[in-house]
Ligand binder design. Structure first.
Ligand SMILES: [Fe+2]
Ligand SMILES: [Fe+2]
Length: 247
């Protein structure tokens, strides 16, 4: 049963799987459509070990989120207020810290230069990505929700019925993968965010913050890829099936 499910299905039905997947480096956000067995192979862990961890008492973390039951309005608001605000704030801290640590320790730890470059690239990518979500996709979702609540189509529903959110959502999913690649590279360069013995407080803070940021990004992308986007596409499909004129 578990082996046949995709990792996103597992996380949607059982949010307590999130910390377990994080622990084993199983990608449930960008690669959420992979079957469990394949996701374990990608992460280099045995299915049995992960299943055993899944059957441990569920941690309190995320147990009350139940985002799979949320409306599209709540999902978009939560993503903006919780994840986008956090991402914007922490990216500024990360840029400053990465720059500072690179200047101070870069000579002895050359990987810091690339980490700083990756943080800068990630920042550029995520800022543009979130702008697109907040100014294009999320308003379109709100309009779709509003239109779907109408008994009769609004005068401009013909024009709206021509707009299709599929290509935009596909682009955003591709950008999530790109952000995931940046984070994977940073994780690998920093040897899983482990600091060397000569690390100062800023160095340790940078790695700790990067680790927290990665975990938040996974949840953020999971909510969009595995809940928001599929729910939006399914509402769009139901809307497109509605007759435009009522005789
Ligand atoms: Fe987002
Ligand atoms: Fe996104």
């Amino acid at each position: 049963m578990i082996r046949a499910s995709t990792v996103s299905e597992m996380v949607n039905q059982f949010p307590g799987a999130i910390p377990v997947f994080e622990k084993f480096n199983i990608d449930f956000c960008c690669q959420g459509k992979l079957p469990f067995a394949e996701a374990c192979r990608h992460a280099g862990v045995s299915e049995e070990e992960v299943i055993a961890a899944l059957y441990q008492p569920a941690p309190a973390f995320n147990a009350t989120l139940r985002a799979q039951d949320w409306s599209l309005d709540l999902l978009t608001n939560y993503i903006v207020q919780n994840h986008h605000q956090y991402t914007k704030r922490v990216l500024i801290e990360l840029l400053n810290l990465a720059d500072k640590v690179c200047h101070k320790h870069g000579a002895h730890h050359p990987e810091l230069t690339e980490i700083r470059d990756q943080v800068q690239a990630l920042n550029k990518e995520l800022q543009a990505h979130m702008y697109n979500e907040e100014h294009v996709l999320f308003p379109a979702i709100q309009a779709l929700v509003k239109e779907s609540a109408r008994l009769l189509p609004s005068p401009d529903s013909i024009a709206k019925s021509m707009s299709n959110l599929d290509p935009l959502i596909l682009t955003l999913e591709t950008e999530h993968e790109l952000a995931g690649h940046f984070m994977n590279r940073i994780r690998s360069l920093s040897t899983n965010f482990s600091t060397p013995p000569d690390a100062c407080t800023s160095y340790s803070t940078l790695y700790q913050l990067l680790k927290e940021f990665e975990a938040d990004l996974h949840l953020h992308i999971h909510l969009e890829n595995n809940l928001l986007f599929p729910k939006t596409l399914s509402l769009q499909a139901r809307q497109q099936e509605k007759p435009l004129y009522v005789n």
